[in-house]
Design a protein around this ligand. Sequence first.
Ligand SMILES: Nc1ncnc2c1ncn2[C@@H]1O[C@H](COP(=O)(O)OP(=O)(O)OP(=O)(O)O)[C@@H](O)[C@H]1O
Ligand SMILES: [Mg+2]
Length: 472
Amino acid sequence: MSLRIKFTLLITFLLAIIIAGISVSLFFTYKQLYRAQLEQNRQKIFKDFNYTCTEAVTVRDEILIVNTIRSLIETHRPSIVYAGYVSPTGIILSSIRDNLRQDSFNYRIFKLSRPADDNFMSERSEEIFEMGLPIMVKGEYGGTVKVGFSQDYLNKQIEDTVVLLAKKIGIVSAAALLVGILFAFILSAHLNKPIKILSQAAVKLGEGDLTVQVAVDRNDELGKLSNTFNEMARRVKEIDELKDSFVSSVSHELRSPLAAIDGYCDFLLDGLDKNMTPDKQKKALEIIRDSTVRLTNFINNILDLAKIKAGRLEIKPIPTDMKDIAEEIMQLFVPLAARESKKLVVDIAPDLPRIYVDPERVKQVITNLLGNSLKFTPSEAVITISAVQVNDRIIEISLSDTGVGIPQADLPKVFEKFYQVKEGANKKPKGTGLGLAIVAEIVKLHGGNITVESTVGKGTTFRFTMPVWRQV
Ligand SMILES: Nc1ncnc2c1ncn2[C@@H]1O[C@H](COP(=O)(O)OP(=O)(O)OP(=O)(O)O)[C@@H](O)[C@H]1O
Ligand SMILES: [Mg+2]
């Protein structure tokens, strides 16, 4: 069953319960009120009759009494069955509806002993409600008046009205229910539409269309859900692109050193019979060695990344001299920098305290940052590594270059794995985009923090903090 039908059914059910509840209580309240009103009317008629009879008895006008009794019967047919007066001497003046037998009710009128309200069954099994009152003239008993009201007629009156009322309530309820169902249907359509759009979009996304976006323009939860969906689709697309670029980077990273090794091995083998000069042999071997180093680094990066993912990248901190590390790495990079006419500067404060770090991992951080600086700077660039003490607990190490810089929009993402700044439509970035992700993780494991500042065309500075060694 579709969501729309379910929703409509639920609303209909609730509406039906509410309408039924209201109708039933309305019905019974009205019925009660109506009965009370009819009974009140009866009281009034009887009081008026009693009043007129009292007047007539006072002036001893028997004709007036007889006329009053007759007109009462005529006026309130068939509600009143009989009406009568019995004088103190036992004379009965009475009138009976529909020419029923006179004496069938005279005995009731005569029964002075009970001049109060009473219910009884007539000979024709009609339920009758009798009202009686003594007449008092100047403090003396002047006879009794009695009126018999048809209880059956009263009940029938109530029943007729109630049936009419039930019909009216029924029609109004049915109309309300219909309108309610219509509204529920429209409302469910209003709610259902964006859900349908979203589910279709999700199917498309599942089928691999990563460009899918939904256009739902509303401010409620469904609007938020749509925005979240769009954001998710956008992220999936981004990750897919990263994956593609990673695959192409990886194949490039593997292929180019392997091609170099392959090429130079052939070159050396060819040279064996041709008396190749030792100089040329040395050069070829150096290229082969550099290529294997590049491959090893690449594989190490991949392995480190796997360790980070599994949460198994560990550090073994020892008290370490930052200056030693910086100089050791600089020595390694000097030949490469010289070849590219780049200047390396070490600027470490002389009184810098020792730091408590894993020296191999810190070397890896600086190597990565330095490698990037060499990669992303033109010749004649200056690359500076410096370190200062921030407070008695941390020192800050920074690596700045006068290179191409990183656009502001890319800055927050450079520490994400596989992320590389796209330099141009066709230009492939050199690397795999793993270096900074690993660097950031190592800094984090040391309890430090890494930041980057950059101006496109001017240069980039990476800064990270490391803990000072403190003897316990
Ligand atoms: N010093 C820098 N100057 C300009 N851009 C930089 C610099 N350092 C990093 N970047 C940008 O940040 C991106 C991510 O750097 P990261 O070191 O993570 O990857 P990579 O150097 O491309 O590849 P890998 O380090 O895995 O070989 C680089 O591709 C580059 O676009
Ligand atoms: Mg790098």
